[in-house]
Design a protein. Structure first.
Length: 310
């Protein structure tokens, strides 16, 4: 193959990866976009308006929707990482060629999310009380949260598109709880899915199942992968508690800027949700059971394969 043909093929692959990233960024935002994306009511809005008169916004900017924001933005990056694995399988693509493709997919997600961020914050800025310190603090806090969520999504994209099963398993552990929330966001707008969710406990156990399957695929060899098991199980235990704590604290009418009261309340809620009543321990046990059973089954299959070849 000539150098011109090689460059044309690589350019096509990069374009496919970029387009896949754009589509995945839209998929991440889809639960919000299909719900009728009007900016949620704001406590600091300059004029009193009904919910249906709020302006269109590509992100649900609100202190009451911070976990939703993290979910929508982080899942977009995670889906892009999975798309790279499906479109450019590690077994058929050398790392030197896959790495730029993963970055192109991440860039596609970033394009969508930056556009949505600029549009949503422009709408928010135009409606907030002008020159008010509380409004500036609110605007800056939301912006910091959105930027952190975008970065988390990009990290997830690179982790889930990696060649190493251990790295991929770590990405699954990072995104399992946000993905469960993303599925729950879809269920909120679909009565049939909501009924199915209530019967099967879909969103309740989905993160534990995902982590368990990822750990089974990761296995224990080499022994350093035990660290991935510890990290994933810790994330499965801690992240839901963090989300609940953030939702509860920001959902209360604490005076803006009262960091001492916010920290005190968050510590109390976090301690309660991390304890036995929080339910995180049961999710961890489910993930461990699935991981051990899956890893054992895969090890048996591997030994049988080796024996048959010998």
């Amino acid at each position: 193959m000539s150098h011109t043909a090689i460059h044309a093929t690589r350019g096509k692959d990069l374009g496919v990866a970029l387009l896949a990233g754009v589509l995945c960024g839209l998929i991440g935002l889809a639960p919000w976009l299909v719900s009728g994306p009007r900016l949620p009511l704001q406590n600091l809005w300059a004029a009193e308006v009904p919910p249906e008169a709020m302006p269109l916004s590509l992100l649900p900017l609100s202190q009451y929707k911070l976990v939703t924001l993290v979910t929508l933005l982080a899942v977009g990056g995670a889906v892009a990482g999975v798309a790279v694995r499906l479109l450019f399988p590690p077994r058929r693509w050398p790392p030197a060629r896959r790495r730029p493709l993963a970055w192109c997919a991440a860039a596609g997600v970033l394009l969508v999310q930056l556009f949505a961020t600029v549009q949503a914050f422009a709408v928010l800025r135009n409606g907030l009380v002008d020159g008010d310190a509380a409004s500036d603090l609110y605007f800056g806090g939301l912006l910091a949260g959105v930027v952190a969520a975008i970065i988390a999504g990009l990290v997830a994209c690179l982790l889930l598109s990696a060649t190493s099963p251990a790295v991929v398993a770590l990405g699954v552990g990072l995104m399992a709880v946000p993905f469960g929330n993303w599925v729950s966001a879809w269920a909120a707008d679909a009565a049939l899915v909501a009924q199915l969710q209530s019967v099967l406990g879909l969103t309740r156990w989905l993160p534990a199942v995902l982590v368990g399957l990822a750990l089974a695929w990761c296995g224990f060899r080499p022994p350093v992968r035990v660290l991935v098991w510890v990290a994933d199980l810790a994330l499965l235990w801690v992240v839901p508690a963090l989300f609940i704590s953030v939702d509860y604290v920001l959902g209360t009418r604490i005076r803006p800027g009262d960091l001492a009261e916010m920290l005190l309340m968050s510590r109390q809620i976090l301690a309660a949700t991390l304890g036995p009543a929080g339910g995180g321990g049961l999710s961890v046990l489910v993930a461990v059971a699935i991981g051990l059973a899956g890893a054992g089954a895969l090890e048996v299959l591997r030994r049988r394969r080796v024996t048959s070849v010998a």
